[in-house]
Write a protein that binds this ligand. Sequence first.
Ligand code: BJ8
Length: 425
Amino acid sequence: MAEDYRLMWQEMGLDLEAHDALLGVLGQAYEDIYLAQKNRPEGMAYFDFVMSEVHGLRIRELLDEKKAGRKIIGSYCVFVPEEIALAANATLVGLCSGADFATEEVEKLLPRNTCALIKSSFGFKIGKVCPYLEGADMVVGENTCDGKKKAYETLGNMVDNLYVMDLPQVKSENGRALLKAEFYRFMEAVEELTGVTVTAESLKQGIQTVNAKRAAIHRLSLLRQADPAPISGLDALLANQVFFYDNPARFTESVNKICDELEQRVEAGQGAFPKRTPRILVSGCPQAVPNWKLPMIVETSGAVIVGEESCVGERGTRNLTGESGTTVDEMMESLVDRYFKVDCAVFTPNSDRLDHIKEMAAAYKAEGVIHYGLQFCQPYIMESIPVENALEEDGIPCLRIDTDYSLEDAGQLKTRVEAFIEQLR
Ligand code: BJ8
């Protein structure tokens, strides 16, 4: 950390000792996993800097925004529309957590067989180690899977500013109407929080800002179609993870800058790995910071990840919002159009996701798909079987992995991944 932020963290109510321990583990993991990679694009230096300051400079920036009158909203799901937050003078940050923390304490509040992602969010709250959560003026939960839905009932007793968004589970007319009604209810709640009324102009601006951010990520994804892949899956995942924390305009600029460099690499035939390295698509549960376990195993076993069908990846970022609306309602319609296409496994039926996985495998020339399921995540683990069957029918090998955040199974996973890569060869 470039500066000493201890006073800032203390004033935010963080547990300094526990926080030091978390940063120690995070810093070491980053060094071992990220900085140990070879042939990284120079532009990744920006993301290295962001990660080194993820609890430092970025938090100071958010606190400065708060001093200047903006509000900070934390969210656990890609269904929460950043466009509306921006339009009402608020900044949206992701809160999903990718590391185990205070597990013993968490299991006094949640059943042991809860997915690692939910447990981690609770662990970060109980351990007082997340400055994003402690600094948020509003925390948005959402009715998606049963685990999250019920966990928010308990989380509501631990944070005094929890807002829960209801979400449809069926892609029907009624489902669409519910999403629109909930986007309006969210807009009103944010307006009440910030004291700023959303106008057609501010909503358009919010849509444009988020579209630019997503378009930059689309550009990055497209470049990964090349062989050799110009960027590792680990580095591309990191960009997708930073998407949820960084200042939107700066993020867009930095991703576009790295894309300029990647275009040159593609032209020169340079890659993060040699040409004809086996190419893998990862599909399934979101991988939040610092959950780098699977890509680390894959990319140290002789393959490269060329895409993520995930909410921290293409499921979360695909499709832009139409910008032609001239009234708030027209733009809300465009937002609903865009968000209603998110094919989270909580929807039933959810054949769009299957189609998207196949499309991605073809577009990124993936030779195999690894389905990444977090243990006890019913929606994704249930879907992993039809996904595997459909892919294999099309001649695309699929490896189903159910895991958690611990490294206990890393050796066993590596053996399975290596055998899968051998099969692809
Ligand atoms: S839109 S994927 S971000 S809900 S891993 S908590 S599903 S038991 S995270 Fe998600 Fe929104 Fe859907 Fe995306 Fe439940 Fe599964 Fe845990 Fe999960």
